[in-house]
Design a protein around this ligand. Structure first.
Ligand code: AMP
Ligand code: ZN
Length: 523
């Protein structure tokens, strides 16, 4: 069975048949690097990252191109504001974008072209369009003539009349039709410029993506993605230029568009002023927790549907992450300590059965237009079964090992990386670490715990927890249960969860959500 995808061009779900069997060529419009990205932009890159990861998991050879728009009016304006060059602005925000992508766990595409590296290809395309009569020059500007391309409007489903009615910008007298758009813009004083047959200037935004996608993927590539706001005019124009240039169709086989992130029903956008920057969230939350929680938040909704972002929705996602982590860490724990080789309970049957169906449910969901919401739902259900089986005492190594592998693999397809809450020093934010270490330190003093050779370093969470647990173990051996329990409760208040199963290594403990509790307000 081939996957089915919703194609914006056909306005329906279709069987997904790539240009070449077994290979997929995909392009997603990257950022215009003039500012930090917000949660809405992040959703787009995470949604297509999950699609990219899944296609690879399914065995396709995927070539993924995501561009950087490093020349544009917005960049030029920003450079003026910051009294620097466009190159500096593009460089600064490209780095910031990469940093955000890395922290969100978004994989790097194979090719990440910058628009300014593909100028000769853009000029060559525009020359062909002029030669073929699809484009005309006025005063050093070159426009695409939309009435010459019969298919204009096929992606957005609008007629030229409707577009004209919806047009609010001032009409440029030099255009033959109000919807004609710039392929090449004559240089204004002190703007970045390149030589061309029409004089010095720079490319328009739409031709950049046509030139970059065609250069690296060729005509008729498989998937072109972006947010729904790019359908018109950006992608409509890409189709017109590319098909007019190539003299054939289709430019792209399947068009995929993600829905918006809204705040109280309104699109998150710089122009509205309701943006939450990705980098600001990463300053407030533990990065590993935030990465996973944001992905859970985004992927719990189908990529085409809107998401209403709020602090509550993020908190819910963090709690959901806790359930996945619990299953994963408990599996890890039991596999390190107390497994058996022999068949035991009826519980084994229940988990084996879940193992037989989970991959199928996950794959069927993803094959249905990349329904990550349903795939994630199946994963949560699986984690719940793992937790129940472990609670009821399932210890058979074979089943548990497989459960851990499958849980790890499926969450990885969605870019969720489990098992990171096991090493507190690495993943806590400085402030969280400080709070925890101060709390532990006052517990050590409060209970007069002897700490062996001198004082412990304040940052050494593990050493402090372990000193408290050894002390607690001694209390228990002396049957001083109430005191021992007070230590457990106090640790729990700090977010240190102690497991009361005795292991050869002593007691097992881990950090619960309390340790990286949310601080402050977002937005
Ligand atoms: P931009 O930098 O505005 O070109 O946006 C980069 C990508 O993010 C594009 O694919 C946009 O469609 C997408 N995008 C922008 N705002 C939102 C939003 N609020 N929700 C979802 N996607 C968005
Ligand atoms: Zn684009």
């Amino acid at each position: 069975m081939e996957p089915r995808v919703h194609n914006t061009l056909m306005k329906r779900k279709e069987e997904f048949i790539p240009r070449e069997a077994g290979s997929i060529y995909m392009y997603v419009c990257g950022p215009t690097v003039y500012n930090y990205i917000h949660i809405g932009n992040a959703r787009c890159y995470v949604a297509f990252d999950a699609i990219y990861r899944y296609l690879k998991y399914r065995g396709y050879k995927v070539t993924y191109v995501r561009n950087l728009t490093d020349i544009d009016d917005k960049i030029i304006n920003r450079a003026r504001e910051e009294k620097t060059t466009s190159e500096n602005i593009a460089e600064k925000y490209t780095r910031a974008f990469w940093e955000d992508m890395k922290r969100l766990g978004v994989e790097k595409p194979q090719v990440e072209p910058k628009a300014t590296e593909v100028i000769p290809e853009m000029i060559q395309m525009i020359e062909v369009l002029v030669d073929k009569g699809y484009a005309y020059e006025v005063d050093g500007d070159v426009f695409f003539e939309v009435t010459k391309f019969p298919g204009y409007g096929k992606l957005s489903g609008r007629t030229l009349e409707e577009m004209r009615a919806g047009e609010r910008v001032e009409v440029d007298e030099r255009k033959r039709h109000p919807m004609d758009f710039a392929l090449w813009k004559k240089a204004k004083p002190e703007e970045p410029k390149w030589p061309s047959p029409w004089g010095e200037g720079r490319p328009g935004w739409h031709i950049e993506c046509s030139a970059m996608s065609l250069k690296f993927l060729g005509m008729g590539f498989d998937i072109h993605g972006g947010g729904q706001d790019l359908i018109f005019p950006h992608h409509e124009n890409e189709i017109a230029q590319s098909e007019a240039y190539a003299g054939s169709e289709p430019f792209v086989r399947y068009w995929l568009h993600n829905g918006f992130v809204n705040v109280r029903g309104e699109k998150m956008a710089k122009s509205v002023g309701n943006v939450i920057l990705v980098k600001d969230l990463f300053d407030k939350y533990n990065p590993n927790v935030l990465r996973n929680a944001l992905r859970i938040l985004f992927l719990s909704t189908h990529y085409r549907s809107p998401i209403d972002f709020s602090e509550d929705s993020l908190t819910e996602a963090i709690e959901a992450l806790g359930r996945l982590e619990t299953a994963f860490l408990n599996l890890e724990h039991i596999l390190e300590t107390t497994t058996t080789a022999t068949t035991d309970s009826a519980e084994e049957g229940a988990l084996s059965e879940a193992l037989l169906t989970i991959r199928k449910r996950f794959e069927e969901s993803m094959d249905d237009d990349f329904n990550t919401a349903s795939a994630l739902g199946a994963t949560f259900e699986f984690a719940r079964k793992i937790n129940i089986s472990l609670d009821r005492g399932l210890k058979r190594e074979l089943v548990l090992k497989e459960a851990k592998t499958v849980l790890g693999e499926l969450t990885d397809v969605l870019g969720i990386k489990l098992g990171l809450t096991a090493s507190p020093e690495i993943f806590l934010l400085p402030e969280q670490l400080k709070r925890l270490s101060e709390g532990l330190s006052s517990l050590l003093t409060g209970f007069s715990v002897p700490i062996g050779k001198g004082t412990l370093p304040m940052e050494n969470i593990s050493a402090m927890v372990e000193a408290l647990l050894i002390f607690r173990g001694n209390l228990r051996r002396e049957r001083r249960w109430r005191e021992a329990d007070r230590i457990r409760v106090a640790l729990s208040a700090l977010g240190v969860e102690v497991d009361d199963v005795d292991t050869p290594k002593g007691h097992r403990w881990r950090l619960g959500l309390q340790a990286f509790a949310i601080r402050g307000n977002i937005g």
